[in-house]
Design a binder for this molecule. Structure first.
Ligand code: FES
Length: 114
């Protein structure tokens, strides 16, 4: 089986509303991951080529909703449904990450994430 060309991990972690770190999918509805899957399918991109997976907490909660795309290891923060088309068009298809959504290396995995 061929390797995936790209793998999109969409945090779907849900915490209680009062939690200080928040959560990427506070309703637990999984809308963002489903939207990636739907939009990839609409463009005819096979699931075996690019996969959009649900995942648990990626530990960048304060910057969520968080999405990471491999193999480039590009981390996106504050991703909304309105950003999905742009990520697919520019990054997944065009191989040009969406700069405005990238979590800078300087704050990725740090305590300075607000
Ligand atoms: S809840 Fe999504 S990164 Fe932690």
């Amino acid at each position: 089986m061929a390797k995936f060309e790209k793998h999109i991990f969409v945090c779907m972690n849900q915490r209680e509303a009062e939690h200080p770190r928040g959560s990427c999918d506070p309703t637990g509805a999984g809308e963002l991951q489903r939207l990636f899957k739907t939009k990839l399918a609409q463009r005819g991109i096979p699931n075996a080529q690019v996969r959009a997976n649900k995942c648990g907490c990626l530990d960048q909660c304060e910057l969520g909703p968080t999405v990471v795309v491999y193999p480039e290891a590009v981390w996106y923060g504050h991703v909304t449904a309105a950003d999905v088309d742009e990520i697919i068009e520019r990054h997944i298809i065009g191989n040009r990450p969406v700069e405005r959504l990238i979590i800078p290396d300087a704050i990725l995995n740090t305590t300075h994430r607000k």
